[in-house]
Design a protein around this ligand. Structure first.
Ligand code: HEM
Length: 451
């Protein structure tokens, strides 16, 4: 772990390009510019960005482990995401408050509890794919967004009926708007009236708060309150060590956080999974055979490898609260350190033939906690990791059971930044054939794959 120090500052090397140009490069081609700097400077370098300031980028597993395991008195939360969700969001909390909130939030997301949600996920996948076109190429991203939205609204928010419809209509646009503003300079988020981006943020939030107040009241009045299984109910039942509940305002902030953190990330990973499988026919056939035989090892390894090669969150940052020593570097107070997920996953030292998409690397060999970090790590590691994994596993198994997918020789889809998450540039296009209704595959580049 990193330690506090009074040694002179020693930052990793920084490119000599002017700050403004570095900022333009970072915003315009975040992944490419960071990869180019890693090629030049190795696993630690300093980015000099306008507005955001100096940011130290690390990708070596030993440095990442040091960063993630450092005492929270020395490093804390970084970034503006909390601002988007309110003071009661996990993203806004730090130190003791953050630790106490996580104690209440982690149990509802425990791996074993997740199995109880599998039926809902399967139901959502079947409902969404009922309208998939037969044998015609289409983007899977919108479908994946609807599946993961409905999954969270039903299992986490516990919403059904009119409340579900209202939130389903309001939240996607609201979260997309907020996540676009999250990566812009702070002045863009200021409320300058109803037509300004900041004004729209406020109006969305007011509508959301009304809807959540009604939902909380309905759940409290549910005669079966004690038997309910959704995360919202568990949050309402939870008590801090002093016996106090999470306030309703904080519950509203936290629900929005869970939705924003868990909806698009899982959907984009699923769209990438389809994008990858279409280009790996032999793997697709092996997966289909595994699912038919009731297995899940290769499905799991495939999800891990999709997350390694196409991480949807590129990095996660911590802010130094004091001067710290991290490996050979001495980082001053109030400097952000970014653990680069994409660089860590592309490292040959951690993953032989790292560019290759090869789920077999994880067969019988679970990923290392600090080389494979799609969910970050340490005390801020993603709360929903087990939820996301369960959801992707059930979705992939259901899709493979219900459909044959056409494969393609087309180049892989490029990266498209949606604000916070990185999605396949063409929406994760697929050609699907329902297993029960056999139709001939078209004679172009697409071919059917079955086990
Ligand atoms: C494939 C899907 C997902 C990916 C790739 C992902 C990734 C991440 C990452 C990188 C972080 C930052 C961790 C760190 O700083 O160390 C994070 C935090 C978080 N995620 Fe996820 N996430 C996913 C799904 C979910 C889901 C389904 C939920 C909840 C329903 C969720 C809730 C959260 C929360 C609340 C945090 C903040 C944790 C904290 O600051 O203590 N995520 N996630």
């Amino acid at each position: 772990m990193a330690v506090a120090t009074t040694d002179p500052v020693r930052l990793p090397p920084a490119p000599r390009i002017p700050r403004l140009l570095q900022g333009v490069g970072f915003v315009a081609a975040r992944e490419k510019s960071v990869a180019a700097l890693a090629r030049r400077y190795g696993s630690a370098f300093t980015l000099r960005l306008p507005i955001f300031g100096d940011t130290i980028v690390v990708s070596d597993p030993a440095l990442i482990k040091d960063l993630f395991t450092t005492n929270t008195d020395l490093v804390g939360r970084a970034g503006v995401l909390g601002e988007m969700f309110g003071p009661g969001s996990t993203f806004s909390l730090d130190g003791t408050e953050h630790r106490e909130r996580r104690k209440l939030l982690v149990p509802p997301f425990h791996g074993k509890r997740m199995a109880s949600y599998e039926g809902i996920i399967e139901e959502e996948v079947l409902r969404e794919t009922a309208s998939w076109p037969e044998g015609r190429e289409f983007e899977t991203m919108p479908s994946m967004m609807r599946i993961t939205l409905n999954a969270i609204l039903r299992t986490v928010f516990g919403a059904e009926g009119a409340a579900l419809d209202e939130l389903r209509e309001l939240l996607p646009g609201m979260v997309l708007h907020a996540s676009r503003l999250a990566v812009m300079p702070p002045f863009v988020r200021r409320d300058l009236g109803p037509w300004s981006p900041g004004g729209k943020l406020t109006a969305n939030r007011e509508r959301y708060d009304c809807a959540i107040r009604r939902l909380i009241a309905a759940i409290r009045n549910d005669p079966k309150f004690d038997e309910r299984n959704d995360v919202l109910t568990l949050m309402l039942q939870a008590r801090y060590e002093d016996g106090s509940p999470i306030t309703d305002d904080h519950v509203a902030d936290e629900l929005l956080t869970l939705l924003a953190a868990g909806h698009e990330t899982t959907a984009t990973t699923l769209a990438w999974t389809i994008e990858r499988l279409r280009r790996h026919p032999r793997l697709l056939a092996r997966l289909t055979a595994e699912v038919e035989a009731g297995g899940t090892d290769l499905v799991q390894a495939t999800i891990w490898e999709v997350q390694r090669t196409r991480p949807v969150i590129n990095g996660t940052a911590r802010m130094a609260k004091t001067r710290i020593r991290l490996g050979e570097w001495v980082i001053p107070e109030r400097h952000a350190v970014l653990a680069s997920i994409s660089l860590a996953h592309a490292a040959e030292d951690s993953f032989a033939d790292a560019k290759a998409f090869n789920p077999d690397r994880f067969m019988g060999n679970a990923p290392d906690n600090y080389a494979w970090i799609p969910y970050g790590g340490g005390v801020r590691r993603c709360i929903g990791a087990a939820f996301a994994n369960m959801e992707m596993n059930v979705t992939l198994r259901t899709l493979l059971r219900e459909f044959e997918f056409g494969t393609t020789y087309a180049r892989g889809e490029g990266l498209h930044s949606r604000g916070v998450a990185t999605a396949p540039a063409h929406g994760g296009r697929a050609v699907a054939y329902r297993r029960t209704r056999k139709t001939a595959a078209p004679a172009d580049q697409t071919q059917r794959v079955s086990a």
